[in-house]
Design a protein around this ligand. Structure first.
Ligand SMILES: [Zn+2]
Length: 65
């Protein structure tokens, strides 16, 4: 799982595909949460607040209410 800001989304997609040899599901963090996963409070590549989360296809997510 990768958590990134908008600026680093494309980079994160490349990293994810390299690591997992598959494209991720990408979610807007303001809209979903990932049950059972502690999400970082900053981007994986900088100190900005994260905006997107990349997870393996099929990972269950929860809509924020
Ligand atoms: Zn970033």
């Amino acid at each position: 799982m990768l958590v990134v800001c908008k600026e680093h989304l494309e980079l994160a997609l490349d990293i994810f595909v390299d690591e997992h040899e598959a494209a991720p599901d990408v979610y807007d963090l303001s809209r979903v949460s990932i049950p059972g996963m502690e999400l970082s409070t900053h981007c994986a590549r900088c100190s900005s607040p994260p905006q997107y989360v990349l997870v393996k296809l099929g990972t269950p997510v929860q809509d924020r209410v």
